[in-house]
Design a protein around this ligand. Structure first.
Ligand SMILES: Cc1cc2nc3c(=O)[nH]c(=O)nc-3n(C[C@H](O)[C@H](O)[C@H](O)COP(=O)(O)O)c2cc1C
Length: 336
């Protein structure tokens, strides 16, 4: 069975990528992911906030030096400490590139178009095969129009793209009024792919303390269908790579994602729940299903149920909405 697929111009041996998470930071873990069959890894993000923090500390350091406050110099951390964040990340990236046979994708995560985007160049120089750009922006400003929000994504992508020659994939959330035109604009602005969709982690309300508390719940397969629908709808409109992140937990999710038109599927929660070996089990089940259905390759399978190719594409849209609601019946005895 030929499971290979093209992703951001890279040739991958199969369509399962280990998504950005704590599992893709330690060498022993990424080697285990590779042994289990991961076709590529996405490293945890470098965050704009941390980059800015480092840059501010660096400015402060240089400023203090130039003022000649020799007596306070001993109390300030050394230049080496200030360079730690970028250095640590690029050294880890170089190590992964040396030890792994599969592509290593670095990740940048931020929301504004500022100096931090220049780190993209450093990641390319350290050997990243591609870059994932995660714009995790919560549009809470009542005076900011949807156009302005979308332009933010274009501006950040353009700035990052100017820094590098390697492919850039934009990781998007689903919360846009019009995803397809936005993705087309991202392609026109230099993106080689999009990853659909970022999961926003929802703050919760603690009813005892009456505090707002952060909450991070891992996904399950129910998150997959939103992604599958939008990949199916997008496939005919762009030539770029489409990857699914969110809800890819088993062979069924992966197969549906590919049939809809994804080039790869990224796993995070499933690996945090079940460990790396879950990839090899999923690949076995994907292969078995493809043999049963007489597919010869992932390339043959990809997109065969996208909006353009499905027998009943309207089912991806509003068409069955009324019918589904009309046909719903609640369990006997619920309302007596
Ligand atoms: C603990 C944890 C850490 C994560 N760290 C990052 C990160 O640094 N950068 C990023 O782009 N996504 C990060 N993600 C998001 C995942 O890469 C993935 O896109 C998301 O969890 C949806 O996929 P899933 O349903 O397979 O979990 C993280 C997710 C988890 C659960």
């Amino acid at each position: 069975m030929d499971l290979s697929t093209d992703y951001l111009g890279l040739k991958l041996k199969n369509p399962i990528v280990a998504s950005s998470s704590p599992l893709t930071w330690e060498l022993d873990k990424v080697l285990t992911l590779q042994d289990a069959g991961a076709a590529a890894i996405v490293m945890p993000s470098m965050f704009e906030e941390q980059i800015k923090n480092e840059q501010e500390q660096m400015d402060c350091f240089i400023h203090q030096q130039s003022l000649g406050h020799s007596e306070v110099e001993n109390y300030h951390p050394s230049l080496i400490d200030y360079e730690e964040y970028l250095d640590k990340y690029t050294r880890r990236l170089q190590l992964f590139k040396k030890e792994l046979d599969i592509p290593v994708i670095a990740s940048l995560n931020g929301i504004s178009n500022g100096g931090w985007v220049e780190y993209a160049h450093e990641l390319q120089e350290a050997g990243a095969d591609a870059l994932e750009l995660n714009v995790y922006y919560i549009a809470s400003d009542p005076d900011e129009s949807s156009n302005t929000v979308e332009q933010r994504y274009i501006d950040i992508l353009t700035a990052v793209h100017q820094q590098v020659q390697i492919p850039v994939c934009v990781k998007l959330s689903s919360q846009f009024s019009s995803i397809i035109p936005l993705v087309k604009r991202l392609q026109q602005s230099g993106a080689s792919g999009v990853s659909l969709f970022n999961r926003f982690y929802q703050p919760d309300i603690d009813l005892d303390s009456l505090n707002i508390v952060p909450s991070l719940k891992l996904s399950d397969s129910s998150s997959a269908l939103l992604r599958i629908r939008w990949v199916a709808m997008l496939r005919q409109h762009v030539s770029m790579t489409l990857s699914i992140t969110g809800g890819m937990h088993n062979a069924e999710d992966v197969l549906k994602g590919l049939l809809a038109g994804a080039d790869v599927t990224c796993m995070c929660s499933a690996l945090l729940d079940n460990g790396a070996e879950h990839i090899s089990q999923t690949l076995q089940q994907v292969t078995q299903w493809m043999e049963e259905k007489e597919y010869l390759s992932v390339k043959q399978l990809k997109g065969s149920l996208s909006y353009a190719k499905a027998i009943n594409p309207a089912a991806f849209e509003r068409a069955n909405y009324l019918e589904i609601l009309d046909n719903y019946s609640y369990a006997a005895g619920v309302m007596v």
